[in-house]
Design a protein around this ligand. Sequence first.
Ligand code: PAF
Length: 277
Amino acid sequence: MIVVSTVDELRRARHTLASPLGFIPTMGFLHAGHLGLVRVAREQNPSVAVSIFVNPTQFGPNEDFASYPRDLDRDLHLLAEAGVDLVFTPSVEEIYPPGFSTFVDVGPIAERLEGKSRPGHFRGVATVVARLFNLFQPQRAYFGQKDGQQCVVVKKLTTELGFPIDIVVVPTVREPDGLALSSRNVYLTPVERVAARVLSASLRSARVAFQKGERSGEELRRLIQSQIEREPLAKLDYVSVADAMTLEEVDRIEGPVMVSLAVRIGRARLIDNEILG
Ligand code: PAF
């Protein structure tokens, strides 16, 4: 496995890789969800590349950029075992050289849901993803459904900026009790970890209600909200039942919707979602 940390080294190493290249952008502290993306990429491409970069521009001023969990040695070990060909571990200056001022703004879909709670978050995500797509020039890129809105944002920027890249969305990997895997789960104390089951449990209730014929967006939002409110350690940030493409809230479910929520439990802010219909 080749490990590089500068743009020049990356360009040289990229030329040695067979196409199609499957690319997985990450912020490191890898878990089984990331390794699932690597596995799918491995099955679909002769070469697989991963970036590990905790991207400062997608964190708000009071968010956890400084304390975001990092363990590069462990990550590299896991990626080597998983058969990755190339890993890029740039510094902040390598991605954002002094004077950097070009940003990607995908418009209103970036201002809903996560974007409302985390202003500027998707501008940072879209900018770094576009930068990495340009550097790696992959044929396919892999993202987890757990970050549902991020998948929508990345698909939109890929289409509108004309990147010839297939965006492959891989289902969320969950713990046996339903909790979606996330690097931020390490923030949970044992008691909070038990409480965190409420996210996936509330989504499951919404799915069951939908399967029984419920088509009111408001009813599903109410159902999820009432379940979160019954968990004393959980503080609901938002719950949404939105059109899966535009992310606009829906009154009546007539096509695919993304049911999503963000919840604070202790230090952790957790998100989860499910596509219905
Ligand atoms: O999903 C993530 O880990 C990040 O948002 C990404 C796509 C690597 C961009 O920094």
